[in-house]
Write a protein that binds this ligand. Structure first.
Ligand SMILES: Cc1cc2nc3c(=O)[nH]c(=O)nc-3n(C[C@H](O)[C@H](O)[C@H](O)COP(=O)(O)O)c2cc1C
Length: 316
């Protein structure tokens, strides 16, 4: 499993989350035995260097940095990653091939987030250490395929480790991914609902109280789909989106809206969160989240084993 390959305790990443997983939060996750990942988001290289140093001052364990490839600062941030000796990089939003080659020269493991089989194969060819197959159940920016379809196809298409992301929130969802053959999982939303997450209680409570139907995907019309909580902002956005002819017309609604969510503005905040948040029912510490995911997976294993035994009886 990926924990053995990366030198972490559990095969669980806390996915990068812009404006949430800073250097301090990443260190908390890594100290608790998962992989903490600093989200570079739209920040410049000075900010990223500062967060890496904060993380390094608080943990000796491996951690990662997420490089958003559409950012104008990507080249500078890549330099900082190399200079600061970051061991693991995940990438999002764009082709990582140029950076995989560069990071491999410095023994930095690159793990791109991928949304299709073709993307995963290209990443493997370019020298990626592993891939994160992220399905559309995820919170935030999403692709076109469900976690089930994407993961089951990618594990058959590449020979590098596959990490599953999107909708994994407890033992049964963790086990379902293990049964597909993944080497680990990446979670986002469940880590927002933690005591240590640097977001308002409003954000945490929305996740804990939400149901299966409480998220919606905005931005499909202009090929920038984002899964968020269905609040007033989301409803207004969807209504405007149906009429808008240009993405810029919608920007007025969304500028600064993720920050507003973090600060607890329930009406105008853009609360990015996963579709399976309905199964996240309590606010835990980061350590409790990691232990819960592993213990619950072990507790729930009989469901799978018993069903297999039933199947065996059918072919006797
Ligand atoms: C608030 C939020 C912000 C996110 N920001 C990023 C990001 O900056 N970079 C990235 O690669 N993924 C980002 N993601 C995706 C997560 O890293 C993770 O893959 C996803 O949340 C997993 O799905 P889940 O929320 O169902 O667990 C974000 C997700 C959320 C909920």
């Amino acid at each position: 499993m990926i924990n053995n390959l990366l030198g972490i305790k559990y095969p669980i990443f806390c996915g990068a989350m812009a404006n949430i997983t800073d250097g301090n939060f990443a260190s908390i996750v890594s100290n608790a035995g998962g992989l903490g990942i600093i989200a570079s988001g739209a920040n410049d290289s000075n900010w990223v260097r500062e967060q890496i140093r904060i993380c390094k001052s608080k943990t000796d364990r491996p951690f990662g940095v997420n490089l958003m490839l559409l950012s104008p600062y990507t080249d500078d941030i890549a330099k900082v990653i190399i200079e600061e000796g970051v061991p693991i990089v995940t990438t999002g939003a764009g082709s990582p091939n140029k950076y995989i080659k560069l990071f491999n020269e410095y023994n930095i493991k690159t793990i791109p987030v991928v949304g299709s089989v073709a993307f995963a194969i290209r990443a493997e060819r370019a020298g990626a250490f592993a891939v994160i197959a992220e399905g559309l159940e995820s919170g935030g920016h999403i692709g076109e395929e469900t976690t089930l379809v994407l993961v089951s196809e990618i594990v058959k298409s590449v020979n590098i480790p596959v990490i599953a992301a999107g909708g994994i929130v407890d033992g049964i969802t963790f086990n379902s991914m293990l049964s597909l053959g993944v080497s680990g999982i990446q979670c986002g939303s469940i880590f927002i609902a933690t005591k240590e997450a640097p977001v308002s209680d409003v954000y945490k409570n929305i996740i804990v109280e939400s149901r299966d139907i409480d998220t919606i995907v905005t931005g499909r019309k202009f090929s920038t789909p984002v899964r968020i909580y269905k609040n007033e902002l989301a409803r207004n956005y969807i209504e405007l989106e149906s009429k808008a002819s240009d993405r810029l017309e919608l920007e007025k609604l969304t500028i600064g809206s993720h920050r507003k969510a973090i600060d607890g503005d329930i009406k105008s905040g853009s609360f990015m969160m996963g579709q399976n948040s309905g199964l996240i029912t309590q606010i835990r510490t980061v350590k409790e989240v990691l232990e819960f995911l592993v213990n619950d997976a072990i507790k729930e294993k009989d469901k799978l084993f018993n069903s297999i035994e039933e199947l065996k009886k059918l072919i006797k």
